[in-house]
Design a protein around this ligand. Structure first.
Ligand code: ZN
Length: 362
């Protein structure tokens, strides 16, 4: 979201990968890349040997990569931009991750604060400002992610719950639906046999890709060519079977095309398969309540979801949206009126807003 480079905004990950392969130093400071197999993240210009594309993910900065659990590379030192406050939040996240991995009791907020040399209230403020959730909510999200991973790997549900540190299965089931977005049993079934139908179509905003799981629409993306859109989908749902759409998919595709051509024009309720953390889903829900033709600032959106200090986390959640237009993150702009970034290209964002502004709303 912070990128100001128009090339990067056009085809984000494909373009980032090209810059990494080229060791392009001009891209330093715009993003970092992290390697799953080594747990290390680097600047785009790092001299180290290039990993396989499949093992690479991109983060907007060193801070985000550290929060995701990656360590800075010793050769290119990408962590220089991290402040002491950032470091405190990172240390807390890492301490919680370690405790969960080792199945230890989670440290208390007071203990965590003492370890980073801050008062509990100051730490809580910094943490909420950075991530949009409290330390407690973060620990819960980590637990449920551990459950998701265990379920996707096929462990028995009870084992997965207990391994994640829940004291009983009853306590977990109370939380499961809100954290996973669906009941645990269905999630497990999906992790193993998830099937995604998808198709691409030409629109006046370029190529459109629409994908649907058994639950609902799970991806809507815009881009310049259908092959790279399909490649991104493949990366996003690596374990799913991707199949050609059945006959009735055409109707859904037409609805989404209508959404692109006349965003917010007629209210269509698409069944959505929304995957994200509890915080991201709160942000995305608030986005869906913005009237077409109107825009909002990140800080206003943060206020609307009751987390006024989390504008930065809200911006990250907007950037993580995988459902173009259906979750209208294009309606969020910077305080100074500039458009900010857009996963599918800032020119497309401008055009969507223009189309909505000319709508006849009655
Ligand atoms: Zn490096």
């Amino acid at each position: 979201m912070t990128s100001t480079n128009p090339i990067i905004e056009r085809e984000p990950d494909t373009e980032r990968w090209r810059l990494v392969l080229a060791r392009d130093a001009r891209a330093d400071g715009q993003f970092v890349y992290a390697v799953q197999t080594t747990g290390v993240y680097c600047r785009p210009s790092c001299p180290a040997r290039r990993p396989k594309r499949a093992n690479v993910s991109f983060y907007i900065n060193a801070y985000s990569a550290e929060l995701a659990g990656y360590r800075p590379c010793k050769r290119c030192c990408p962590a220089a931009a991290i402040t002491r406050d950032d470091q405190a939040v990172i240390s807390v996240c890492q301490a919680l991750q370690r405790a969960l991995e080792r199945l230890q009791r989670l440290p208390s907020a007071a203990q965590l604060a003492a370890d980073v040399g801050l008062s509990a209230s100051r730490l809580q403020r910094l943490f909420t400002a950075a991530l949009g959730i409290t330390i407690n909510q973060y620990a819960q999200a980590l637990r449920s992610r551990q459950v998701q991973q265990a379920l996707a790997a096929g462990s028995a549900i009870t084992d997965a719950i207990l391994a994640a540190g829940y004291s009983s299965t009853g306590h977990f089931y109370q939380k499961a639906t809100s954290e996973l977005g669906m009941p645990a049993r269905r999630y497990q079934r999906q992790g193993q046999t998830m099937t995604i139908e998808y198709a691409t179509a030409q629109t006046t905003l370029g190529q459109l890709l629409v994908a649907r799981s058994e639950v609902g629409v799970c991806a809507i993306a815009l881009g310049d060519n259908p092959q790279s859109l399909a490649a991104e989908l493949k990366q996003q749902f690596a374990n799913a079977h991707r199949v050609e759409p059945s006959g009735e998919f055409e109707q859904l595709l037409q609805q989404v095309i209508a959404l692109v051509e006349q965003p917010g024009g007629r209210s269509v309720t698409l069944p959505l398969d929304i995957r994200g953390t509890a915080f991201q889903r709160r942000v995305w829900q608030a986005l869906q309540q913005i009237t077409p033709g109107q825009t909002i600032h990140y800080s206003e959106l943060a206020q609307r979801i009751g987390a006024p200090n989390s504008a930065r986390a809200v911006a990250n959640a907007c950037g993580a949206n995988k459902l173009a237009i259906a979750i209208p993150c294009h309606r969020v702009v910077r305080q100074d009126g500039s458009l900010s970034g857009y996963r599918w290209g800032v020119e497309r964002k401008r055009e969507l807003l223009k189309r909505e502004a000319y709508l006849d709303l009655d």
